[in-house]
Design a protein around this ligand. Structure first.
Ligand SMILES: C[S@@+](CC[C@H](N)C(=O)[O-])C[C@H]1O[C@@H](n2cnc3c(N)ncnc32)[C@H](O)[C@@H]1O
Length: 279
């Protein structure tokens, strides 16, 4: 499974949803509680997991723009959201009109490479810009550019599950630190948006939004995975880690092979959530 494979995104969705930082989610909900309607932009939306997790936190009428540069993932998002909704119809512009519980959602799907001008995708009237499992892939330059665009619009910014470099594998082995170090270096390679911020992304987000005058809250949202519940996710995660580490050339093949054969029964993978609001 590749990093953006729909099967991989489906496999991680339950862990992603239960790992979100509850305090930040509740602060976001409180900030928006007096509104009846909201316009939301989800960057790097994949198959729409972030929308499914956030729907109940947000006001009754929601207009979502789902942005991704992968057309196949946007198609998968359309299918997954249609199946998830209580009622669903196609809108005139090719988007979807959904009902879920007490919420009404208008969704549009935008194929867009975020290397492009963000003003082309973010409406002047955006109320909330969000993303999940995305910013460790982005470069510090992209984060700076995005913070400038979001704060110009006085929109709220909320992102979850940004990888922060922490890994604890069960059972522990002496090679774990060497593997994590190499993996974190790999995380800082170019993932399509310039050399990635990787595990420094949470700090870069906090700095850039603070510099632009926003109040920033952060909270931990680690994956706490254990078999048998998460056995398939742990297995795929360990495989993905080994592949990334091998690509760095920093750890010899025999060590990587031995590490992969440990038969991991648990993992804690550190993430940070960030909520930034106009003061
Ligand atoms: C790790 S996935 C997260 C997907 C989704 N947010 C979730 O939580 O399941 C990262 C997403 O960012 C998208 N992405 C990566 N680079 C992008 C770019 N330059 N422009 C737009 N989307 C991009 C990928 O296609 C993928 O859907």
């Amino acid at each position: 499974m590749s990093g953006f494979d729909p099967q991989w995104l489906a496999l991680r969705e339950a862990a992603d949803h239960r790992s979100r930082n509850a305090e930040l989610a509740s602060a976001l909900n409180a900030r928006l509680a007096l509104r009846d309607a909201i316009s939301v932009f989800d960057l790097g939306c994949g198959t729409g997991s972030n929308l499914r997790a956030m729907c109940e936190l947000l006001p009754a009428v929601q207009s979502w723009t789902l942005v991704d540069n992968d057309g196949a993932l946007l198609n998968a998002a359309r299918e997954a959201l249609s199946a998830w909704a209580d009622a669903c119809e196609t809108a005139g512009d090719g988007g979807l009109k959904l009902k879920k519980g007490t919420r009404k959602l208008n969704i549009s799907f935008k194929p867009f490479d975020l290397n492009g001008a963000l003003a082309e995708i973010l409406d002047p009237g955006a109320d909330l810009v969000t993303a999940a499992a995305f910013f460790d892939l982005a470069s510090p330059a992209f984060i700076r550019r995005l913070a400038a665009e979001v704060t110009q619009r006085r929109a709220v910014f909320y992102t979850v599950l940004t990888y922060n470099g922490v890994q604890r594998w069960t059972p522990r082995r002496p090679a774990d630190n060497q593997m994590t170090g190499a993996f974190n270096r790999h995380q800082m390679s170019d993932k399509g948006l310039g050399p990635s911020a990787g595990p420094t992304a949470p700090a870069q987000l906090a700095d850039q939004f603070s510099i632009c005058g926003y109040s920033v809250m952060e909270g931990d949202s680690p994956w706490r995975l254990s078999a048998p519940r998460d056995a398939a996710l742990i297995f795929e995660l360990a495989k993905g880690h080994a592949t990334a580490v091998e690509e760095t050339g920093a750890v010899d093949k025999a060590t990587i092979e031995r590490w992969l054969q440990i038969g991991h029964t648990g993992a804690e993978i550190g993430h940070t959530d960030t909520l930034a609001m106009p003061a």
